[in-house]
Design a protein around this ligand. Structure first.
Ligand code: YH5
Length: 279
């Protein structure tokens, strides 16, 4: 499959697509809850677009290790004013939420994809997406963000993640969400040790259940800090390396903070691939 159906948009997956992160959590803004937060978020989204993002991913609830859930009214209060603006820009907008009520509101506001870190485990989430023609990213997570990094154990991490994603695909199909709207994600850092993350990364091609496209989110993550010894603000080179390796391993969508640098790196990778295939 070379395109992903995202509402009125089609994402061309013949080359890796860059998903620009737009974070609406208070730790990335003043958090004073005033109009200024919305303005700054829209400005950030605009910069991500101008830097070359193919799709924007907006999230208003932190899912970092140790994070506590955001009430759904607060999540919508942060999201909806931003969506009202950026969903008019002619680029698909993904919304990072696992709450069915928020999904419905986001889709009504013009979102083209739901990015569910809980892998569409709630029937109401499946209904919210199946009632539209929008895409869904189903991600694997072990546990919940508050406690997921407390010594997760797997017998066979690749097999378990693949099995979970296979079940999620079956749930989506059952609910009437066609394959052309489904993206899979192993969920780097979500209930996984460094060793687990590396096994998943090395074996990334095996995550693609039935050949469905894979999204990889590695940008600035702790596993890159563990490998390089760098703090979160100094992980750009490691994030670029991870993006290129993900592309090499077949990932079709790469979720990143640093859009311009990632686009350049992937342009080099794509040029080499295309040149080689034209020999
Ligand atoms: C993902 O992989 N990740 S939010 C901690 C960091 C840096 C970044 C310590 N939403 C994913 O980006 N959605 C998030 O430094 C996601 N895939 C999908 N589909 C966590 C995050 C981050 C956490």
């Amino acid at each position: 499959m070379t395109t992903l159906k995202c509402g009125k948009y089609r994402l061309d997956l013949s080359r890796p697509q860059v998903m620009g992160i737009v974070n609406l959590t208070p730790d990335s803004f003043s958090g004073d809850g005033l109009q200024g937060d919305t303005v700054r978020a829209i400005e950030h989204a605009r910069r991500q677009l101008e830097a070359g993002a193919d799709i924007l991913d907006v999230g208003a609830e932190s899912s970092r290790p140790g994070a506590i859930p955001t009430p759904e009214d607060e999540e919508q209060r942060r999201l909806l004013p931003v969506l009202a603006e950026i969903c008019q820009w002619g680029v698909p907008v993904s919304v990072d939420t696992y709450k069915p009520v928020v999904m419905r509101a986001a889709l009504a506001a013009g979102a083209s994809m739901i990015n569910d870190i809980t892998g569409m485990s709630q029937p109401a989430a499946l209904q919210a997406v199946s009632a539209t023609d929008c895409a869904v990213c189903v991600m694997h997570m072990r546990g919940v963000p508050g406690t997921m990094q407390l010594a997760p154990v797997y017998d066979d991490v690749l097999g378990e993640v693949r099995g979970f994603l296979g079940d999620a695909v079956a749930r989506c199909r059952q609910a009437g969400i066609e394959d052309e709207r489904i993206v899979l994600d192993p969920g780097f850092g979500f209930g996984k040790t460094l060793e687990h993350n590396l096994a998943l990364f090395f074996g990334l091609t095996a995550v693609a259940v039935d050949g469905l496209p894979v999204l990889a989110g590695l940008s600035r993550k702790s596993m890159l800090g563990a490998i390089t010894g760098r703090e979160v603000g100094e992980r750009l080179p490691a994030s670029i390396a991870a993006a290129v390796i993900a592309a090499q391993k077949g990932a079709k969508i790469i979720r990143v903070h640093d859009v311009a640098a990632t686009c350049d790196a992937l342009a080099v990778w794509s040029a080499v691939e295309q040149g080689a295939s034209n020999e």
